[in-house]
Design a protein around this ligand. Sequence first.
Ligand SMILES: [Zn+2]
Length: 303
Amino acid sequence: MKIDVSRVVFFLILRIYCVTAWGFIGHELVGALAQELLLPSTLETVMNLLPVNERPLSKAATWADRVKSKQAYKWSQPLHYINTNDDPPRYCNVDFSTDCTQNCAIKAIINATDILSNSKETKLRRQESLLMLIHIVGDLHQPFHVLGLGEGGNSVKGTFGGNKFSMHQIWDTMLLDKRLKLIGKSDYLDVLKSKIAIELSYAATCAPEDNAVHALITDTKTSLLACFTDYLKQYFRYMFSHNYICPFKWAYEVNQYHCTDGTLNFTQGEDLSLDYYDRHIEAIERFIILAGVRLAGILNQIL
Ligand SMILES: [Zn+2]
């Protein structure tokens, strides 16, 4: 399959500059990148499942955040993160047995994948699972959704461009927004494309021996999500013994970056739009690209 993100990303960036609310940019990028990597048949299935007013994927990617405060969806709020028990430098880890006793982003991805891949489920349940999956894969790659520090970054404030924000806001939005404005549309497209090329060989890997990208590129739906299938079949046995179950691996990687690399390591009063931005912006973009490719990998495999 020929991978060309330029058209979709160009459209997306035009749209991003029209977005007035904070917080959606990362998810919109993940959705747009994933859509560009879908197989034609998968794309058709996805579009048929998505409500008309939630298309394309860049729009669908924000649905779960838009509904989570509504009474009917309050149950879904714990699905957006996983509460890890981090205490750096002594302890940084994602432990499913203690961090996800009720519900969490990892369990949400597994459950949504299970429902979505079952054609006997109702269209409504599959539709909401698709909307949830598109969003939660993004959340699992965004900072403070897999980090047990500072109440998800909401209780810790930082200065950015002279104004105070929560660290959650700064990581979800401000740093990436600065990137978009600084680089400019056409150069930003080049940055994204080159990063996709670099990450493709790694991004959707479920287990060391799998090569999800190969499946994406060659149109062959091979064993991309074999680990998901194994997991669903052998839930409890795998839970504690298998280090390479996809969402576990993804969550662990994000947690390690933010917990051990000092996401909260800055001087009070320091403007985080300067050196701090330089230190972390590459990681933000990398996780967005990883999320987009991994989401496409899941959908290509199960739909
Ligand atoms: Zn969310």
